[in-house]
Design a protein around this ligand. Structure first.
Ligand SMILES: [Zn+2]
Length: 493
């Protein structure tokens, strides 16, 4: 009985400790609102007109086996040169692999500081013929409507960013700004196809020239609003790395025969069994330090019970990980995902197949690798009759850049200055970006786009009715101008 009393006492102590910690993260009185951009109406209209024109160049990436539209890409180059004369006066331009652009704004006086790089891509994904009718305005017309929305392919991904970078450079050059270190503006032409001719070649050139960047910033994550259940405030997410991917083929061969006299297995059943085995042995969910930082950043916006769980992760971690992973989108951040996507076997219902295959697509978390994924699959399947083939080599995940790196700090400070005191947290990008090519030539690579992504924005990227408000566009220019001043101005650290 006595032991039981002690137990109750200890439990009460524990509960008050957990609740006490919860009050450390008090919610703000109201959701934080975003600060309005600096640009006046005339300047905002001017910036919007430039993006509108940029969208009319059909710089489309159709596929690795389709040559880029020479006239569209070269036309786009000329458009940039004539639209941004001051930026072109202060920067050197190099054309890489015919269509990618490498601009260098040299330091006023070289002080030996490592350069920074601002990345964007000029190519866009195609608009499928059957989706055309669903667009409110034609995707390559660059229509600006009466509500102040600019419509077209690339408005968000990624011409809107490219144009904002050029607008910021133009504004700074016009004002006589002089950077204290080199700034690179690196614009790939084949990001949507993997960036092997653009970003990869540019990164190779930097390496060859012995240039190591302090940090690089690319697309990849943004300010999320209305995407995290229970969080009303916009949350700025800065991505530190991106997942890799690999597709494994599990195949089996068999002598075949007539279906009237089968063995206990067929080539089809063996392949299927392997696909099912890896699916039913998913990677463990890990609530790592980055996800923890994100949860802590948004905790003040959440209700008491959620705060209680987040602040006391030492006790709630496994349970919370399981809860969070109920959303597959959140689960994707917590482990290497396993998706059994394709199968092939058999020719006729009464013939035992001589061959069967199952294809499983993995999206690799930075803590795993193509080799470790393959090895783990081999151990799970554990069947000599199954051959495991790595399709196309796969793509490794990038390393995670540091949250204590200078680049992260500067980006975070600029976000707070330009958007207000919103929660800010590190994250992981689950798609590929050009930034992954710069891992070996930059001390840190970060991914952040200074716009707000809501529930309807996600469907627009690579989808239908891609658009941006002209106010948001003007805000992007402010952001990049502020970031450049902060990172390379007189008082830069
Ligand atoms: Zn993109």
């Amino acid at each position: 009985m006595r032991i039981f009393n002690y137990f109750i006492l200890a439990l009460l102590g524990l509960v008050s400790f957990m609740v006490g910690r919860t009050y450390l993260l008090l919610p703000s009185a109201a959701p934080v609102a975003l600060i309005m951009p600096q640009a006046g109406e005339a300047e905002t209209a001017h910036i919007a007109a430039n993006l509108s024109r940029a969208i009319t160049y059909k710089t489309i990436s159709y596929g690795l086996d389709v040559a880029p539209d020479d006239a569209a890409f070269k036309g786009f180059h000329t458009f940039l040169a004539t639209t941004y004369p001051n930026a072109h006066r202060v920067m050197e331009r190099e054309i890489v692999s015919n269509y990618s652009l490498m601009y260098r704004w040299p330091a006023a006086e070289p002080k030996g500081k490592k350069p920074i790089a601002l990345l964007a891509h000029m190519d866009v994904v195609p608009v499928p013929e059957r989706g055309l009718g669903d667009w409110a305005h034609p995707p390559f017309a660059g229509v600006i409507d009466e509500a102040g929305k600019l419509w077209g392919r690339g408005a968000l991904d990624d011409k809107g960013i490219l144009i904002s970078l050029m607008e910021a450079a133009e504004r700074l050059a016009r004002a006589g700004f002089q950077p204290d270190r080199d700034i690179f503006f690196l614009f790939g032409h084949d990001e949507e196809l993997g960036g092997d001719k653009g970003a990869a070649v540019i990164a190779g050139l930097l390496k060859k020239r012995g240039i190591q960047l302090a940090w690089a910033l690319d697309e990849g994550s943004a300010i999320a609003e209305g995407l995290i259940p229970g969080v009303k405030s916009p949350v700025a997410l800065i991505s530190l790395g991106e997942k890799g991917s690999v597709t494994l083929k599990f195949s089996a061969e068999d002598s075949g025969g007539h279906s009237s006299a089968p063995k206990a297995f067929t080539a089809a059943s063996l392949a299927a069994k392997a696909g099912v085995a890896v699916t039913e042995n998913p990677y463990p969910l890990v609530l790592d330090e980055h996800l923890e930082a994100m949860l802590l950043a948004i905790a003040p916006e959440m209700d008491f019970s959620k705060r209680l769980a987040i602040v006391n992760l030492w006790a709630t971690r496994p349970l919370l990980a399981e809860q969070l992973a109920k959303s597959p989108t959140v689960g994707a951040f917590m482990h290497t995902t396993t998706a059994f996507t394709m199968m092939k076997s058999g020719t006729k219902t009464n013939i035992l197949p001589q061959y069967g295959e199952a294809l499983v697509n993995y999206r690799i978390h930075p803590r795993d690798s193509v080799a470790s994924v393959t090895e783990r699959a081999r151990n799970i399947v554990d069947d000599e009759r199954i051959m495991i083939t790595n399709m196309g080599g796969g793509r490794e995940a990038t390393a995670m850049s540091s949250v204590s790196g200078k680049g992260y700090r500067l980006i975070a400070e600029t976000i707070r200055e330009q958007f207000g005191d919103i929660p800010l947290a590190p994250t992981l990008t689950v798609q590929g970006t050009d930034a992954r090519h710069y891992g070996s030539v930059a001390d840190g690579t970060y991914r952040f786009m200074p716009f707000v992504v809501g529930p309807d924005t996600l469907g627009q990227i690579h989808g239908t009715n891609e658009h941006i408000s002209v106010v948001a566009l003007a805000r992007q220019v402010d952001f990049f101008e502020a970031l450049i001043r902060r990172a390379t101005g007189e008082h830069a650290p």
